[in-house]
Design a protein around this ligand. Structure first.
Ligand code: DQA
Length: 183
């Protein structure tokens, strides 16, 4: 049986990690972070795929392409985190686990970073742990897929879509459900 796919989606400027504001984002490259995610995935019986783009539409297409194919998305949308309602809507239509990820802790930075349009359509957010976050995100995916930690999306959304109005079910807030089912 093939392993569940975790698609890591990386937004604008993350291709410059390692060179870009190392005081904020560190010296590790995106590839270094992906290696950590891949190692965690191998340990947990998952497989990581990755897409980085500096273009909003590419990220949306990647989320669409993951529908029905990937079990989970780990999304570091870069600055689109704070602005992209189109990405928000695409994620809302993804019927699987969604983890928001940031290297830095946006809540401790400039005010414009304090709003995330990804957060309302994510199961949870991991921020401020640098490259460790990539491991933690894959671990969170594995545990949510295994059930017992709140489970994958539930809510009152239309069939095939997670509920935006109600948000994703937070870990521990509800009975585990089979992936893709609705309560
Ligand atoms: C970031 C935080 C965003 O505010 C910023 O625009 C980024 C990176 C992070 O990983 O800390 O590009 O998503």
């Amino acid at each position: 049986m093939s392993k569940p796919v975790v698609l890591v989606v990386s937004g604008p400027n993350l291709n410059l990690l390692g060179q870009r504001q190392p005081d904020v984002y560190g010296r590790a490259t995106l590839e270094d972070h992906l290696d950590r995610a891949r190692a965690a995935a191998a340990r947990l019986g998952l497989v990581v795929e990755h897409l980085q783009s500096n273009h909003e539409g590419d990220l949306i297409e990647a989320v669409h392409g993951a529908r029905g194919r990937a079990a989970a998305l780990v999304v570091n949308a870069g600055a689109l985190t704070h602005t992209s309602w189109s990405l928000h809507d695409a994620l809302a239509a993804f019927d699987g686990v969604v983890i928001e990820l940031h290297l830095s802790n946006p809540a401790a930075r400039e005010p414009f970073r304090h709003t995330s349009v990804v957060a309302p359509v994510a199961h949870g957010s991991i921020a401020g742990f640098g490259g460790l976050g990539y491991e933690l995100a894959v671990e969170a995916v594995a545990r949510l897929l295994a059930g017992g930690e709140g489970g994958p999306p539930t809510g009152s959304g239309a069939a095939g879509e997670a509920s935006v109005a109600d948000g994703r079910t937070p870990p521990g807030a509800g009975a585990p459900t089979e992936k893709g089912t609705r309560t």
